[in-house]
Design a protein around this ligand. Structure first.
Ligand SMILES: NC(=O)c1ccc[n+]([C@@H]2O[C@H](COP(=O)([O-])OP(=O)(O)OC[C@H]3O[C@@H](n4cnc5c(N)ncnc54)[C@H](O)[C@@H]3O)[C@@H](O)[C@H]2O)c1
Ligand SMILES: O=c1ccn([C@@H]2O[C@H](COP(=O)(O)OP(=O)(O)O[C@H]3O[C@H](CO)[C@@H](O)[C@H](O)[C@H]3O)[C@@H](O)[C@H]2O)c(=O)[nH]1
Length: 349
């Protein structure tokens, strides 16, 4: 297979980024990763290289840099011809964004605007953007359909909402832009090899990393936030999606972006279309890991929705993409990663 275009993957050392880079390299793309390692480590990209082997690793280069710094972007774009960008770089902790909104506006908004300026200057106007189901706010109806009204519930969500609107405006002003906005539901799981996975810094905010750290003994028990929701078991429902399905979704979106000139600026949900409750997730994880997870039933977490899941029709119809994996495979791969790497990419501190 010959090599294809060169893709800039901003934030490519992070959780979703590393899994996507593996699939891009395997698909024959050349990849330049730009990451400031704010929430990632170099070792993650070493694992990517190990996974794809020495030959495909030649198609991967890493640039330590920050999208808030125009010089870092200029340096990269002036030295390398980039054909498209998958833009993952950003901060994503909802609670932190409430406490420190300026950090989120600076990193996610200013950083992305810088990136788009430099992309335009170097005539690289093909973009896949990491949006989020957070743009649906507390949806009035489920499943969430792409043309629902959007709303932000917190500063993190506001950055995603603004960035979707900024992308629409960019395209309105200059039709050479081709932009795909991917709204991820709840990405979990890990590469099936157990070599790549999510490695959050500090105490995890999200359900699956928390469950994992309880299972390996790093945390004593799981707090289940809310057991009085109007759902069958009283806990909240989300649409969890295997990170490898998500990675494949990026590859198909990118292929479409490169092949078609009638993309415009368009949003797709990436989810499975199925909802799973917190307690169902605990049970599924216990089954694959053989570990009993101590849980504590706690009050609802402020700002959480009762039930959120995706309509996947549009992605199926227009991208030809559908998630392959279910909850059991997500838990299996999450456990493989965690049991092989209980302290993530680095050894026990
Ligand atoms: N994981 C989720 O639940 C989820 C859900 C919806 C959307 N998203 C979005 O997907 C994207 C990737 O998420 P992830 O889960 O892989 O997170 P992550 O934190 O693992 O990856 C983000 C990467 O971006 C890098 N980064 C952050 N700020 C940067 C900057 N200014 N310059 C250069 N690099 C920078 C980080 O070091 C990290 O490697 C984010 O934009 C996130 O908001 C994630
Ligand atoms: O220790 C925990 C952590 C979470 N939960 C619950 O588990 C569910 C899922 O929570 P979490 O994993 O934090 O995901 P969300 O709150 O759905 O938000 C994630 O998914 C959104 C949609 O993609 C993104 O926008 C957010 O950035 C990302 O954190 C919620 O009901 C939480 O209350 C617990 O019960 N205990």
């Amino acid at each position: 297979m010959g090599t294809k275009e060169r893709i800039l993957v901003s934030g490519g050392a992070g959780f979703i980024g590393t899994h996507t880079v593996v699939q891009l390299l395997k698909d024959g793309f050349k990849v330049s990763v730009l990451d400031n390692l704010d929430n990632a480590v170099q070792e993650a990209l070493d694992k990517v290289r190990e996974l794809v082997g020495p030959q495909l690793s030649n198609n991967l280069d890493f640039h330590l840099g920050d999208i808030r710094n125009l010089d870092d972007l200029e340096k990269l774009f002036s030295q390398t011809k980039l054909d498209a960008v998958i833009h993952f770089a950003g901060l994503k902790a909802v609670g932190e964004s409430v406490a420190n909104p300026m950090r989120y506006f600076d990193n996610n908004l200013v950083g992305s605007i810088n990136l788009y300026k430099v992309m335009a200057k170097y005539n690289c106007k093909k973009l896949v953007f990491s949006s989020s189901a957070t743009v649906y706010g507390q949806p009035d109806r489920i499943p969430c359909v792409e043309d629902f009204e959007l709303k932000a519930m917190n500063p993190y969500g506001r950055t995603k909402l603004f960035l979707e609107e900024i992308a629409q405006d960019l395209h309105k002003a200059d039709q050479k832009w081709r932009i795909i906005l991917l709204r991820y539901f709840n990405p979990i799981g890990a590469h099936e090899s157990g070599m790549l996975g999510e490695d959050p810094r500090g105490i995890p905010n999200n359900l699956m990393p928390y469950i994992t750290q309880v299972a390996v003994g790093r945390l004593p028990e799981l707090n289940v936030y809310g057991h009085d929701y109007p759902t069958p078991d009283g806990s909240a429902i989300r649409d969890y999606i295997h990170v490898m399905d998500l990675a494949d979704g990026h590859v198909v979106a990118l292929e479409k972006l490169l092949q078609r000139n009638d993309i415009g600026c368009v949003a797709y949900n990436l989810g499975t279309g199925r909802g799973t409750s917190v307690l169902e997730m605990v049970a599924a994880f216990e089954k694959v890991s053989g570990k009993k997870l101590p849980i504590k039933l706690c009050p609802r977490r402020a700002g959480d929705a009762t039930a959120v899941y995706a309509s996947t029709d549009k992605a199926e119809r227009e991208l030809g993409w559908k998630a392959k994996y279910g909850i059991d495979e997500m838990c299996r791969d999450q456990w493989k990663w965690a049991s092989q790497n209980p302290w993530g990419y680095q050894s026990k501190p």
